[in-house]
Design a protein around this ligand. Sequence first.
Ligand code: FES
Ligand SMILES: [Fe+2]
Length: 416
Amino acid sequence: MPAKNHKQWLADPPLQPGEWVDSRVYSDPRIFEDELKNIFRRTWIPVCHESELPNLYDFRTTSIAREPIIVCRGPDNEVRAFLNVCAHRGMIIERRPSGSFLDGQPSGNPKRMTCMFHAWQYDLKGNCVYISREKEGYQDRLCKENVGLRRLRCEVKFGGFVWVSLNDNPIPLEEWCGKPFECLRKSLEAEPLEVFHYHKAIIPTNYKLWHDTNSEFYHDFMHYHNRVTGFNDAYFGRKNESFEHGHVVVGTFEVNYDKYEGFESRAALSFPYLPPNQWYMIDLFPGMNFNLRGSALRCDVVTPLAPDKVMIEFRGLGLKRDTEEERQTRVNHHNSIWGPFGRNLHEDLLGVTGQGATMLPGSEPRRILHGRRENQTIHDENGMRHYYSEWGKWMNRLPRDPAQPYLAPAAADAAE
Ligand code: FES
Ligand SMILES: [Fe+2]
């Protein structure tokens, strides 16, 4: 058929329900607000890694669904998370991205989180330990025992990642994503890991488009490096396995790094228990990714900022015990693929930014096809179908017509 007129362009494709979504899921501001409330405020987010808080009193700040969060390592070595919000009049307590409370600040006592506005102080368990001129202002009506920080659910798990939830009663973390992590658990938990790389990208696209591209490998046609080091029978046989709660695991195969000029095998620095040059990938609903390529682990965490704006934080991790030389090699391996100037990551960013350019808020809805079926292998789009089925449940919206309430997908898709 030649190019289509408007009516033809808007007609449904000859695919099954569940094999496409309406582009408003990526562009509608009301849907975006519902996602923050129904998904991001209710689930677990791996906000950082424990190695980023190596010492007692270390902290990092971040946000989930617009709520400011602080994560800190207490004097008892426990990592805790709180809303970074003062119980007095709502001042943000800590504004630095990271640091230590061990030493005092001009407006803060050592070993305390001090709100600079009126000098209330909290310990690293979130107790309020000081209210300035407490008796004079509150007499016997309110005291420091009556106020404290809002403590958040926080667990260190699956290789030392710090998982936080704004929900006091989330699905238990193990139940949430223990099964997809099985393929990498031994490799990630054999010994302590350490973050050696961090950068972030803030790009004009919807956060789900980033996750979509992580969960399909059909777009390796865009990645020259992946094509020359990968495309072979074992690559095309890689399985996309779906797990409960919308997660997907992309199975492994052997990457031929030396087919790309200037690259080398990752075998000598393989993660524990990982066969040489293998490559597993875990895509967690609603937008986290754990990607182990031989010698380096990459973790992506998305923070949706607007329907057409997302912050993606990229971390690269190696083994804590690395020698200086091993670490440098691992960093080279990581950055030559996934650094801002590597052979792969910027191409993905271009791909999803190009999608974002056609899905601005208010743009005419169109269909986004997720209908490739290839025996649930690497070029099958079952990962996205599985994701949007889960998304529909959390949102009570039908992905192919988001003004309608969610309907369970047909049996064929449910079985994926
Ligand atoms: S707002 Fe924090 S002490 Fe007043
Ligand atoms: Fe990619």
